[in-house]
Write a new protein. Structure first.
Length: 293
């Protein structure tokens, strides 16, 4: 759909200097997922947060409805290409556009939208490193003024190799050419917390917590060479292997997918249902304990 000219991430200086570019679409993908004291996660729209303040000119992407399958009981599941195309086009995303996306929460809603655009064949998209927090730390302005989109036609060209279903994950459990990566925290991976219907992780999957790809000081990604060393140690730079990441619901998994793209692995797939779907089926296997590597 596009001739890629953007890197996978841009910093606030780049965005500030390009904010008035006619072909640039800035997207706020804020979504909230409060951690409950007990019971399941209940996602919340980030629209009120966006309306209170956003980067000037940014448009809001509602990942819970506009960019999700309305017929799936699991929130934010990948919709049909046609539904995605209609929502993206309404935001002005399409041929000739460049997209920078950020969010005002964990940062992985931005990477989710980055991955989702790439799933549908649109490559000219970058994530704002450090999000709106980095923007504000730099002393740059935010606004509550609404922004108006200039619609474009979005022609989807889905890349099925970037997406996995529960059935596909199960079928590949014994596939030595696939590395399944659980990006949740270590206690959840080991089965020590009750977050999902059942505890543990998918057999054979390794643990690479998504928090490990972030710089705790600035909230952005760690330096590329540091990421490269960590991913090489985990065996994730072997181009003969297919990498599939998963988390709780397919959001944080995209953070590790993007970090891998920074070191040249642009082919990482996401298990969209992740632990929410897998653990809900008592017939699917789960194991506990430490990561095998």
């Amino acid at each position: 759909m596009s001739n890629k000219s953007l890197p996978a991430i841009v910093d606030v200086a780049w965005l500030q200097s390009h904010l008035d570019d006619a072909d640039l679409v800035v997207v706020d993908a804020t979504t909230h997922l409060p951690i409950p004291k007990d019971g399941p996660y209940v996602p919340e729209s980030g629209q009120a947060t966006y309306q209170a303040e956003h980067i000037p000119g940014a448009l809001f992407a509602e990942l819970l409805t506009d960019f999700a399958d309305p017929d799936n009981e699991q929130a934010w599941t990948v919709p049909s290409s046609e539904r995605f195309a209609a929502a993206a086009g309404a935001l002005g995303i399409g041929s000739g556009a460049k997209v920078v996306v950020y969010d005002q929460s964990a940062g992985f809603w931005a990477t989710r939208f980055w991955w989702h655009l790439r799933l549908e064949g649109f490559d000219d998209v970058a994530v704002l490193d450090g999000g709106i927090a980095a923007w504000k730390t730099a002393g740059l302005p935010v606004t509550d003024e609404p922004s108006t989109a200039t619609p474009r036609e979005f022609v989807p060209l889905r890349r099925p190799e970037l997406l996995r279903s529960t059935e596909e994950i199960f079928a590949a459990l014994d596939d030595e050419s696939t590395i399944l990566v659980n990006v949740l925290d270590e206690p959840t991976y080991r089965g020590e917390t009750t977050t999902y219907a059942r505890n543990g992780h998918i057999p054979g999957s390794i643990n690479v917590p998504v928090t490990g790809v972030l710089d705790a000081e600035n909230g952005g990604f760690k330096p590329v060479e540091e990421l490269r060393r960590a991913f090489e140690a985990a065996g994730l730079l072997d181009t003969d292997k297919t990498i599939v990441t998963y988390c709780g619901g397919g959001i944080a998994a995209t953070g590790v997918a993007q970090a891998l793209s920074l070191v040249g692995r642009n082919d990482v797939a996401i298990y969209d249902g992740s632990m929410t779907a897998w653990a809900a089926d008592p017939d699917l296997p789960l194991v506990t304990g430490d990561s095998p590597r």
